[in-house]
Design a protein around this ligand. Sequence first.
Ligand code: ZN
Length: 362
Amino acid sequence: MARDAAPQMAIGVGADGRLPLPWLGDALARSAALAGAHALLVHGPAGAGHLEFALLLAQAVLCEAGGDEAAGRPCGRCSSCHLVATRVHPDLLIVLPDALRVQLGWVDDEDGRLTKADAKPSRDLRVEQVRQAIGWSQRTSGRGRGKVLLLHPADAMNAAAANALLKTLEEPPGSMRLLLTSADPERLLPTVRSRCQRLRLGLPAADQALDWLQAQGVDEAPALLAVAGGSPLEAQACAREGLTAAWLAALPRRVAAGDASPLVGRALPRAIELLLKLAHDAQVQAAGGAPRFFSGEQMPGAADPAALREWQRALLRAARHDEHPWNAGLLVESLVGQAAAVWPHAPGRATSRAGASLHSGR
Ligand SMILES: [Zn+2]
């Protein structure tokens, strides 16, 4: 299927004064009260725009024209704001896992090794990256307005990396500020959490999210926003991967029927995530609640509670080891196969591979 390349991420306030994501303004205004914090942890639900927000905050800290200080906004027009927006500000260091840099297209010539076909860029923030960042933090500010060290996502630091950062986190050199992000702060070392002031980032209200998605040219925004758990950025990513409302509507029953074909060939993390969301909705429905990611009419009916728990455990195990693409297709088939026990009475269950491929041909 055709997949569009990810659009370039908008960084910071532009010269037109617009925010990169319209829902970040509220948290930005709240950040003004935390201007004295030398270490800030930006947290909130996944897909809220943590990196976009942290970059916006960095731009505000480094802005040389002052911007709108009450609203926490950078001006978007001074040379410093421009340098942040083009990621070449000498006093801003952005530390990301290699895998994310590749995904964003933020790799330069010396990183050629990362983009080779057989490369497996790390999803961790490595201890060497943290040590380099500490070395950088000890150098003098290039433009004299302090420095910003951004670590995203901070929970990608392993224990060695986090421990290496502690001293700098406690006493940043000079007027440096540290910005850490996390969609799951419980995964951070308590010693890291306790050294940061916190700023919560929220997801936008549904109407704001839908407006934004429509402005980005995303069709079928409501279904995509639902499966994305309310995150417009995730919904946009789903649209880019070719997910449609009709495909999503059919998915629960096809999975319940043991038909893995809609998911085979998709990125493994996405396939597992969709199955986990389906399992979540089945569990909520069993407890008398309304499904969150799929609509009630799309759900395959009552699930067997014991089989559902077993399936969820298998899905979570798979989610922890989703970096093994050589058996991705088989893994998805096996996980969907287990769904048959969850919905033993689902209609249309394929009884063989031939049945499964016939079913997918419709
Ligand atoms: Zn500025």
